[in-house]
Write a protein that binds this ligand. Structure first.
Ligand code: ATP
Length: 256
């Protein structure tokens, strides 16, 4: 069995009186691509932002690469990269300087060849001397990919990572995500593009109103919802979430 990269235990988060995430537990092993899906407001971004260390862990325990995020934040964060849906690079650094800076931050000495390869693959070579503030949204996303990839991390978290990319960028990103996972990186991919999740994810985590309603492979989801035994992830999604699922008691009962 592959080593454990991430462990989330009884994680919860409230915003004033609103319960955004409740009692969420799951684990992730090296090489897995976890598809995180759920309706708007399900708690996906809150969960990702907390694992990324952007929001503090107030309830539960999150362990990244063996380090407790609340107690040993620096070492836990060293293992992970976070690609938000609208990355904001530094205005004063060029594209290449971002890669140099990120490589230095993570102690990657031989970064130059890898940087050239990534810039080529994401069609950013022509923009290597452009400043962060001069990049389009899609280019900012591509740069975030390159920075996340430069010093092969143990865990990558992505929130709608492909939403601003052109078709060639989408193809490169998908290829890179699969390559990275094959090399042992664990990936959490959150997206409303269920076709993308179906294509890339080796396991699914479905949230609804802050709670886990399903965790497992697509095949396991199909046997959990026998009426969709040959169904797409979209059909499973509708069966697992929303009013119908709650009324049938499927949501709570389906959680593993
Ligand atoms: P989406 O698919 O729309 O991006 P999501 O699954 O990522 O949704 P979150 O952004 O985690 O959901 O939000 C979960 C819940 O927490 C929502 O009800 C949202 O309104 C609430 N919430 C999120 N951020 C805040 C905040 N800063 N202050 C108050 N409530 C918040």
């Amino acid at each position: 069995m592959q080593p454990l990269v991430l462990s989330v235990e009884s994680f919860g988060r409230s915003y004033e009186s609103h319960r955004a995430v409740d009692g969420l537990s799951f684990q992730l092993r090296a090489g897995e691509i976890l598809g995180l899906v759920g309706p708007n407001g399900a708690g996906k971004t809150t969960t990702l932002r907390t694992i990324a260390g952007v929001l503090p862990v107030k309830e539960g325990r999150i362990v990244v690469g063996g380090f407790d995020l609340a107690r040993d934040e620096e070492r836990a964060k060293r293992n992970l990269r976070w690609i938000p849906d609208d990355p904001q690079p530094f205005d004063a650094l060029t594209v290449l300087e971002h890669l140099e800076f990120t490589a230095a931050l993570y102690g990657q000495r031989d970064w130059r060849a890898r940087a050239d390869e990534l810039l080529e693959r994401f069609e950013l070579s022509e923009k290597r001397d452009a400043f962060g503030g001069e990049l389009s949204r899609g280019m900012r996303q591509k740069l975030a990919f390159c920075c996340a990839w430069i010093a092969r991390p143990a865990l990558v978290l992505m929130d709608e990572p492909l939403s601003g990319l052109d078709p060639r960028g989408i193809r490169s990103a998908k290829h890179e995500i699969e390559e990275l996972a094959r090399a042992g990186t664990a990936v959490i991919l959150s997206s409303h593009l269920l076709v993308l999740i179906e294509e890339l994810a080796t396991r699914l985590l479905i949230l609804d109103r802050g709670r886990k309603v399903f965790e497992g492979t697509l095949d396991e989801a199909r046997s959990r919802f026998p009426e969709h035994s040959r169904g797409s992830l979209e059909e499973i999604f509708f069966a697992a979430t929303g009013e119908g699922a709650a009324r049938k008691g499927g949501a709570g009962g389906a959680a593993t």
